[in-house]
Design a protein around this ligand. Structure first.
Ligand code: MOS
Length: 744
């Protein structure tokens, strides 16, 4: 089906079995907590593998001029040292093609080094320890060149990125400059956000072997179809000669949208050695070999009347891309639709640098864009002496202010009001620095949340089996989000089966093609293909029972209608009954502006002596269409909020601006929130059903929780202290500098 009309009422609305929204435990939970869910590196299939170890460049720009691999080749257990001198020929890197994750990514293809950590050799040995030891014996000489690594001092040289459908770098409505200049109240503030890394628990790992001329790669990938095409394009073999398997994935966050040298080098070495090859990136290698989020510089200008009506909104965002790449952080994107104002301007500029590749990281765009916009709105509220919740209510648009089309559903106002009530917002003192407990200053802050909603093409196959079970197959992945569980619920609800009769099979590129997990589109896209397949299977089974499909009721493993009843197992018979489903995006995404919404509320305590910030409590209230599973959705929301807290207070990859690498490249020095950082936090979803988005009537939830969250924390710090920090993360040195300025 194509999403050209609103989705009609369907079996999921009826929810006869009560599975829609039910907080079902993860169907793969037991396997995971007992260690029986094999992640890529743990897969034990096929012949005994050889072990690979990547050697990464220790310069950021230049050339390899000599490699002495003799000592490594003679080391115990070593069977191959692959470098650019003996690597197989591959397709060159190219920016062509719509799917950037399907581009060829040749490894060890020449002597040039384009970023720190780029793989320069791959050592394969009988054991992991032998490969690692031998990797240290590879001697590499470089001719280093001076690279450019810094965005902030070079903003004026940043360029307008090339646009694409739905990704125009600039937008204008009305006369921003004139309206801003003439506005009675103005705010002009520049915010900066640092480099972020994804910090998945599971490192990138691959086990590859060849079955004749077909390569099988078990790896940790969010997008199996893209990974398949990337391997095929790089090795110059047909797509169908590549099978990618990712059954269990320990976190993606955007860092597993592309595949990397681990998968490609394992595949190439395996072909050469004619045996399986297994390899994984180390935590330190992940910082440079995989992608990260660019730092950003964002200038926000708001013009308003004294009554707090916005007349001008401007948001300019700068980020970097690797010199050979074309990604940029769309940090001003949400500013095009969040608030009303007659005069508007957004702009993105990108600077090419000799850094590792920056790409999607946990809500690309909104996550850092809202860190700027939602602080600016708070600053304006303070300037106007209007409550920040009220200021947002006064600027609620009637329709999308740049696309001039209606919203599909938009409950931002309800999220703000519900959140304010539940959090006890009325107790907040509007003047900063008013609440003190001993040496702690206490404050509350809030912000709005929004994240674009997407639908991508997907296919699914379902089969009713003679034993009364249903098997569903898709190349969709579960990156820890709960895909296995929510799809089990959808299939069971559609077919009138108990969840334990559904076998959900994901994570294999041999299964029907989906867009995978990314951009919070996974549940909607693959779930809609599953829905469509189940609809067709219902029709087939009803017809088999001589029942008018329009009258058929599916419950308790039976189909009933027109006085007839039949068991699904009986109808399936020995050979089973199958159906294929499909979803394609259509007119609905052009006719309706589609976003999920929310509001974050945070309370912090700030130590007057040390500047230490402690989060005390936090609440997120969200509206994201139908919620498939209350438990997994809440986990997604809370996980996102924790990332947002990290954005506000902790996370920062620190660049060595002389040598172009991240200094704190491990999880001891790159701090993501730990238990001690996170107090009681909660997330609540408003009832919502959106028939414009997809037949499940859901919106993406994965990235909604992070979108904005950190701004609520930053605004709470201001309310506690009167110190406004525009340079994330808000570390105690910056708080102390603020205190010093207050006392100067
Ligand atoms: Mo997401 S950062 O598009 O996996």
């Amino acid at each position: 089906m194509e999403m050209n009309q609103p989705a009609p009422p369907n079996a999921l609305d009826q929810n006869r079995q009560g599975l829609m929204g039910k907080p079902l435990d993860r169907v793969d939970g037991r396997l995971k907590v007992t260690g029986r869910a094999p992640y890529a590196y743990e897969v034990k299939e096929g012949a005994r593998p050889a072990y690979g170890w990547l050697v990464e460049a220790s310069i950021a720009k230049g050339r390899v001029v000599a490699i002495d691999s003799q000592a490594a080749e003679r080391a115990p257990g070593v069977i191959l040292v692959m470098t650019h001198r003996n690597a197989p020929k591959q397709a060159p890197f190219s920016l062509e093609g719509e799917d950037r994750f399907a581009r060829p990514r040749p490894q060890l293809d020449d002597a040039t080094v384009q970023y720190y950590g780029e793989p320069v050799a791959f050592v394969v040995a009988e054991t992991l320890e032998q490969a690692r030891a031998a990797a240290r014996l590879v001697r590499i000489s470089y001719a280093a060149e001076k690279g450019e690594y810094e965005l902030r001092p070079n903003l004026s040289r940043a360029e307008k990125p090339k646009g694409g459908e739905g990704k125009e770098p600039d937008s204008t409505v009305g006369d921003f400059a004139g309206a801003f200049a003439g506005a009675p109240v103005r705010l002009d503030a520049t915010y900066t956000t640092p480099f972020h890394i994804h910090a998945q628990m599971e490192p990138h790992a691959s086990l590859a072997w060849w079955e004749g001329d077909k390569v099988v790669i078990h790896c940790s990938s969010q997008l199996l179809e893209s990974a398949q095409k990337c391997v095929a394009n790089t090795l110059q073999i047909p797509n169908e000669k590549v099978r990618i398997v990712s059954r269990y994935i320990g976190g993606g966050f955007g860092g597993k949208l592309p595949i990397y040298g681990d998968a490609l080098l394992a595949a190439m070495a395996s072909r050469q050695l004619n045996r399986p090859v297994k390899t994984a990136l180390t935590r330190q290698q992940m910082f440079h070999i995989t992608t990260h989020r660019s730092e950003t510089v964002q200038r926000v200008r708001l013009g308003a009347t004294r009554e707090g009506v916005l007349t001008a909104i401007g948001h300019e965002a700068w980020s970097h891309s690797a010199r050979f790449d074309d990604f940029y952080e769309t940090a001003a994107k949400q500013t095009r639709s969040l608030y009303a104002a007659a005069n508007r301007m957004t702009q993105h500029r990108v600077l090419k640098l000799d850094l590792p590749v920056s790409d999607s990281t946990r809500a690309p765009g909104e996550a850092v864009g809202l860190l700027a916009l939602e602080c600016a709105v708070d600053e304006l509220a303070n300037q106007l002496q209007i409550d920040p919740v009220e200021l947002r209510l006064r600027n609620e648009p009637k329709q999308d202010p740049e696309k001039n089309i209606p919203y599909s559903t938009r409950q931002l106002v309800q999220c703000l009001q519900e959140g304010a009530t539940r959090f006890g917002w009325s107790k907040r003192k509007s003047q900063p620095g008013q609440v003190r407990e001993g040496r702690w200053l206490i404050g509350m802050g809030m912000c709005a949340a929004t994240r674009g909603n997407l639908l991508r093409p997907a296919k699914c196959n379902v089969k009713m089996n003679g034993d009364g079970t249903l098997t569903a197959k898709m190349s969709m992945t579960d990156i820890g989000t709960g895909s296995y569980t929510v799809f089990t619920q959808v299939a069971a609800e559609m077919m009138g089966l108990p969840p334990d009769k559904v076998s959900m099979q994901l994570g294999d590129s041999d299964f029907p093609e989906t867009a995978g997990s990314g951009g919070s589109f996974g549940a909607a896209s693959a779930g809609s293909a599953l829905y469509d397949a189940c609809e067709k299977l219902r029709t087939r089974l009803a017809q088999g029972a001589g029942i008018d499909p329009a009258q058929a009721q599916f419950a308790d493993g039976k189909v009933t209608g027109g006085g007839k009843t039949a068991t699904l197992a009986g109808l399936a018979g020995a050979s089973g009954v199958e159906a294929d489903g499909e979803i394609k995006p259509g007119e609905m995404e052009k006719k309706y502006s589609q976003q999920a919404y929310g509001a974050h509320f945070a309370e912090v305590a700030v130590d007057m002596e040390s500047g230490e910030i402690r989060l005390r409590r936090m609440l997120g209230v969200f509206a994201a269409g139908r919620i498939l599973n209350a438990k997994t959705a809440r986990s997604q929301a809370i996980g996102g909020m924790i990332w947002g807290i990290g954005n506000a207070l902790h996370e920062e990859a620190v660049l060595d601006a002389r040598h172009g690498f991240f200094v704190n490249h491990d999880l001891a020095e790159y701090h993501v929130p730990a238990h001690a950082d996170i107090p009681a936090i909660d997330a609540y979803f408003l009832p919502e059903v959106d028939d414009k988005t997809n037949p499940l009537k859901i919106k993406g939830v994965g990235e909604l929780g992070i979108s904005g969250a950190g701004a609520a924390v930053a605004n709470a710090v201001f309310n506690a202290t009167g110190v406004r920090i525009r340079d994330y993360p808000l570390t105690l040195d910056k708080v102390l500098r603020g205190f010093a300025l207050q006392n100067a």
